[in-house]
Design a protein around this ligand. Structure first.
Ligand SMILES: [Zn+2]
Length: 471
């Protein structure tokens, strides 16, 4: 097995090594695209099935819209097309002929969906309309990294229409809370949540809300977004409804999404020098059983291992019975893959009716009676899940600092990275200057009353905001 570069030596190379050695994805012949391998895809499927359940519980129904969008649809909304045009892949030919109208491969589906919404929505009785799509997206990227930024990626995009601003506000914040809870509960990811600055918001949105995690290299990573689109799109796409009094009104809309970037987020938040660490609830394999095989006891040991798999009902477990590699090699391989629990069973353990249980999150090893595994393992999985969240939260808290002056701000950023909480006057010029000079951007705005000064210009601050360098 190849060696993983140390996180402290070169975090970016560490990341690429983990993706490759944990067998999550391969590079494709098309630059910027990735091949998601079975182990990586299994993580995505677990994310998908848990999140899909939460989306449906909120009364949102799944649909599927076409991959190709008429170019004129995109051009109907000025801010939207300005934001997305540079990243669009455009189909000009089909069936050997030049098309009469170019087709854009979806960079996001607002325009194609909302053209249809105009037909679907006539009356207040048609509202709220809440749909979701699981799909692939193309955004032409110059600098790519598997899962974190790829030209093609997988995601879900929720799209809703409401009678008024209050309805859209409520839905935008509901989706944000859904992501925050999902990140905590399933991915063991603590995230900061809040509004983006106007400069960082989605092209065409009234405002954008975001979830932000902190990677182990001190950089922020945007894990999910939820937008209140206001009436921007209902004006361009003429989506109107007749209210209770027969009056025609424009709908208010939201859209919200998370993508395969969540897998990248898991890696950069939870990974350590040995590789990936997966939270049990999302791990494709929660428990791996490694037999210590000796010629005379091989069959007995393997039978005991298989028995453990049958005993562990409702646990995703498997036996690594390969006899071509040593147990030590297997330990290292499953460690890189981030499997939460490893159980070792050898001939001597079997004589004692016991086994060795190793935790990936702490590296701790204990002896356990085989007959007790069915109660010990589920408890331990829960403990690991909780511990991983606690570890990530402690890391974020240690790496969130406040700065009142610009000198202090630059010093903290250079020495520690992480999140920096500072006052901001709300002026875009200050935001741009800070980014140009330090590469730090506003990740989220803290929505509370404050009495402090802008970290750059010293005038009264509108809000305190979290700055960070970001992925
Ligand atoms: Zn300022």
């Amino acid at each position: 097995m190849s060696k993983i570069t140390s996180q402290s030596k070169d975090f970016s190379q560490w990341y690429l090594d983990v993706v490759k050695i944990a067998d999550l994805a391969d590079y494709s012949k098309v630059k910027g695209c990735m091949v998601i391998k079975p182990y990586g895809y299994a993580i995505w499927e677990n994310i998908q099935s848990e999140l899909d359940r939460l989306i449906k519980e909120a009364g949102v129904k799944n649909v599927y819209f076409p991959l190709l969008i008429p170019e004129s649809f995109l051009q109907r909304e000025k801010d939207h097309v300005e934001g997305f045009a540079p990243e669009c892949a455009v189909v000009t030919h089909g069936g050997g002929k030049k098309l009469t109208e170019n087709l854009v491969i979806r960079p996001t589906s607002e325009t194609i969906m909302y053209d249809t919404f105009a037909d679907w929505i006539q009356s207040h009785r048609d509202l709220p309309l809440k749909i979701n799509q699981w799909a692939n997206i193309i955004r032409w990227e110059m600098r790519t990294r598997p899962f974190l930024r790829t030209t093609e990626f997988l995601w879900q995009e929720g799209h809703t229409a409401h009678k008024d601003k209050a309805g859209a506000d409520e839905e935008a914040y509901r989706a944000l809370k859904m992501y925050e809870d999902f990140d905590k509960e399933f991915l063991a990811l603590p995230v900061l949540t809040g509004k983006k600055s106007d400069r960082e918001k989605f092209a065409g949105a009234l405002y954008t809300l975001s979830t932000e995690a902190l990677a182990r290299d001190g950089k922020a990573i945007q894990a999910g977004t939820s937008h209140n689109l206001g009436t921007t799109f209902s004006e361009s796409f003429n989506i109107q409804y007749q209210d209770e009094n027969g009056e025609l009104k424009r709908v208010w809309q939201t859209s919200w999404g998370v993508s395969t970037r969540l897998i990248g987020t898991l890696i950069v938040v939870h990974g350590d020098e040995q590789g990936l660490r997966l939270p049990p609830k999302i791990a494709p394999v929660q428990v791996v059983i490694v037999p210590i095989l000796k010629d005379d006891s091989k069959d007995k040991v393997l039978a005991a291992c298989n028995q453990v798999v049958s005993d562990l009902t409702n646990v995703r477990s498997e036996v690594d019975a390969r006899d071509t590699v040593s147990p030590g090699y297997k330990f290292a391989e499953w460690e890189v893959k981030g499997v939460p629990i490893r159980i070792e069973i050898g001939p001597r353990d079997l004589e004692n009716g016991s086994c060795v249980v190793a935790r990936r999150d702490t590296g701790e090893k204990t002896t356990c009676e085989l007959s007790q595994l069915f109660t010990v393992v589920p408890k331990l999985l829960k403990e690991i899940q909780d511990n991983m969240f606690a570890q990530a939260l402690a890391y974020r808290e240690e790496n969130t600092r406040s700065a009142d002056t610009y000198d202090e701000f630059k010093k903290v950023l250079e020495e520690h990275g992480g999140f920096i909480l500072s006052g901001w006057c709300g002026n875009e010029d200050c935001e741009i200057k800070i980014q140009e000079e330090t590469k730090a951007t506003i990740r989220v705005i803290k929505e509370e009353e404050v009495k402090c000064k802008c970290v750059l210009c010293g005038s009264d601050a509108k809000n305190r905001v979290y700055f960070a360098k970001a992925y």
